[in-house]
Design a protein around this ligand. Structure first.
Ligand code: GDP
Ligand code: MN
Length: 389
């Protein structure tokens, strides 16, 4: 799960990671009001969306007057912001973060994430941070260092010093970076984060370190035990189809291809997608309908798959273990009739009562292609999608 920058900065404050003073605004009037409350002679107006790359597309603006804050707020609120990290339709800007402008001496990069290869949390740091960190990673990877934290030993002083030297920090800044890293580490563990990123981490004119941007992702598998984090969820920033799927207990993820996939079991769904690709096709989605499938779920699954205009053919791959194949076949027929599925549907069933299931699906007069073997089913669905495309 993702949260907004303003929420991440609230969590940073709880863990003593220094952030600029600021507040969230949902109207231009409120934005001006907040700026007045903050005082000073310059403010940053930042679009709150669940994506980075805002700076490059006008999602972060520096204002010198109340009139400018009003203008920028009117400009951004209610718009959809398209950045390098969003899809072509972008994400809705429903709120802004208003902060004082800080004079930037230099921009650095610091993040903490799970390194699956070493099975440890790992800090990534670079003295060259800011909006072009991707270019740094690409062209001068030696400028980026990493530090692995042993889970039993915890974060060690020498590890913070290694990062401090890499960032070119001096004197009291060593103490400051140690506190920031410890705060990130504590926050990561306490809230079951999966990534914390500060880009840029800045040095101000007076040498202070400050998290100018804040991005936190959380582990969805642990979110249920963190109601405070769950309360920060903003459904407007997520895929509509994925939200809808959640309501029906379906596990759905939109992809770019044209072959809809309906499978029970996440592992089988992954294997099915692999096979579709192996046969030269591209899956339009990942969809796990779960163990106890029924007609309603199958109907909802079809609706989800077909609400994607790219879908040219559907592959249903269901293993009847908990539910029997004939019950599933019935569900598929019902769903296809109920919601008028027009595209060809290849169905591969296996498991209990598979013969009865296949019997039900043959000679229906509908656009259904029963298959008895998964490789063949994948080949068939790819051919059917190509024939339509
Ligand atoms: P992102 O592009 O979505 O990652 O948004 P950021 O929060 O990182 O902001 C992008 C850029 O805006 C930063 O790299 C800074 O250069 C600039 N910026 C943001 N806040 C301030 C500020 O308080 N003062 C100044 N001078 N620049 C800022
Ligand atoms: Mn940033």
């Amino acid at each position: 799960m993702n949260i907004h920058e303003y929420q991440a900065k609230q969590l940073f404050q709880q863990y003593r990671i220094p952030v600029p003073e600021g507040k969230q605004a949902v109207t231009p009037e409120q934005a001006v009001e907040i700026a007045k409350g903050l005082g000073g002679d310059g403010w940053v107006v930042k679009a709150q969306v669940h994506a980075g790359g805002r700076g490059k597309v006008g999602g972060v603006k520096l204002a010198k007057t109340a009139a400018e804050i009003d203008e920028f707020s009117r400009d951004l609120l209610g718009k959809r912001l398209v950045t390098i990290q969003t899809d072509a339709t972008g994400l809705p800007v429903n709120s802004l973060l208003i902060e004082n402008i800080y004079p930037i001496q230099r921009e650095m990069y610091l993040s903490l994430l799970l390194d699956r290869a070493s099975e440890r949390l790992i800090f990534i740091a670079s003295a060259a941070g800011g909006m072009d960190i991707e270019t740094v990673a690409h062209e001068t990877p030696e400028k980026i260092i990493s530090v692995q934290v042993h889970p039993a030993a915890g974060l060690q002083g020498y590890q913070c010093r290694k990062v401090a030297y890499a960032l070119g920090l001096q004197g009291p800044q060593h103490k400051a970076i140690t506190a920031i890293m410890q705060g990130m580490y504590d926050l990561f563990l306490a809230k079951d984060a999966s990534q914390i990123e500060i880009n840029p981490l800045i040095e101000t004119d007076s040498g202070d370190l400050l998290a100018l941007d804040a991005k936190i992702n959380f582990d969805d598998n642990a979110i249920a035990i963190h109601p405070d984090i769950l309360a920060m969820k903003d459904a407007s920033q997520e895929d509509d189809k994925e939200n809808e799927a959640q309501q029906f207990g379906l596990n759905y993820i939109t992809l770019d291809g044209n072959i809809g996939c309906m499978v029970n079991g996440a592992g089988l769904a992954m294997a099915t997608m692999d096979l579709v690709k192996l046969k030269g096709g591209l899956p339009a989605n990942f969809l796990d309908v779960g163990g106890g499938t029924n007609v309603e779920k199958v109907c909802e699954a079809f609706k989800l798959i077909l609400s994607d205009g790219n879908v040219k053919a559907v592959l249903v791959n269901i293993f009847g273990g908990i539910v029997k194949c004939d019950v599933i076949a019935q569900g598929i027929l019902e769903a296809i009739k109920q919601i008028h599925v027009a595209v060809p549907v290849v169905v591969r069933l296996e498991g209990t009562n598979v013969e009865q299931g296949r019997e039900l699906l043959s000679n229906t007069g509908l656009n259904i292609y029963p298959a008895d073997d998964l490789a063949h089913a994948a080949e068939q669905v790819v051919a059917l999608a190509e024939a339509v495309a």
